[in-house]
Ligand binder design. Sequence first.
Ligand SMILES: [Zn+2]
Ligand SMILES: [Zn+2]
Ligand SMILES: [Zn+2]
Ligand SMILES: [Zn+2]
Length: 411
Amino acid sequence: MNLETPNVDLPSTDKEVVPEKIEDEEINEPLIHCELCDAELVHKLAQVLLPGLSTACVDNTSGDIFRTPGSVAAEMRKEMVDYITMRSEICVAESIILDNAPDAEVSDHPYDIISDFVEDFAATKRNLFSRVSGWVLSEKREDKIDDFVQEMDINGFWPLDRREAIAQVLLRNVDFKSEFHCDQKFHSVEELAEHVVNCGFRSLICTNEGCTATFCANHAEQHDSICPFKIILCEQKCSAFIMRREMDRHCITDCPMKLVNCPFHNLGCQSPVPYSLISQHCSESFDSHLLHILHSVHKEANEETLKHRQQQLEEASSLDYLRGLQNLRLLTSKIKEMDSKLGPLVVIGTKEDTEEAKDDASSETDEEKDKSNAADEKKGVPNAAEETKDASISTEEMKADASIVIQECNN
Ligand SMILES: [Zn+2]
Ligand SMILES: [Zn+2]
Ligand SMILES: [Zn+2]
Ligand SMILES: [Zn+2]
């Protein structure tokens, strides 16, 4: 709501400022203006006019048994156009007032300015009934306004092209910063014609196949950056080129780089892995997967004990041929078999050792975190944070395991 202008009384026109450009033309030879402006915004402004008119008509006739919105529409439209045009013409003076009051939080976007004019006009047209009866807040009013908008639309009461013509005039009047219309002037028709083909406000149609969007040349880049029909490289960098609007679907279905759980997820490997890199991951994370398997076999054992067991396994036979094996069941059964051949587990960590082990483990963990993070970044493996979490969890588990060992020793 524009705070600087009264809602009810029309502002006086005494303060009207004569635009500079008219002086120019009087002094020099007449100049020809480029008429182009932001077509999208003009369209948007034209959309504001119909609901505005409907609101004025409905509020003006609510509770009145002799008049309907339709019966006042033609007269109301004329009044509204006169009112908002006049407001837009004196808007330069208002903007000077605004500039002098920088604290006032009033938008200077043409859309907001013109919406306020329309709203102000409708507010002046409320009859006594709609002012005192709580009508303004009722849902019935909203429905009636929507219905009347539709009715006018269907009957072609105020066609879009006429509304756009008015919107264009309004826009030129209130766009002080020339952000949405071209303010260039020329000495000859030829000069103008030369300019128009390069004007930043000339209308363009999107060249991406399937897209029908139109926009002014100034916004071409902006549209391109969001155009749903533009073909772009897969966001997950799988080397496929995909239409932007298909990207989400591609990324969670066909994309070879979509993230999936590691086959050893249930055993504790929490890092999501790009689908096409599972075998690489299984090979690279073989040692940690092996530990996870050993942990599932010897649930009570602590980390040190398991690491020792892992060493024993590796010394007993080369495990290289198992690297890259993605079949959890196969790998688990092979490891179990080899593990059972090694005989009973050697528990590592006495009461004193355990205290030291705990300290070592926690100081090591920090280092390991750094190392693993750095390594992860190099490999491009996602969710380094998850890995880190694993490290801290295993420290916790170690402490728990240590206390079990202590209990066992005491018994
Ligand atoms: Zn231009
Ligand atoms: Zn497009
Ligand atoms: Zn992809
Ligand atoms: Zn894994």
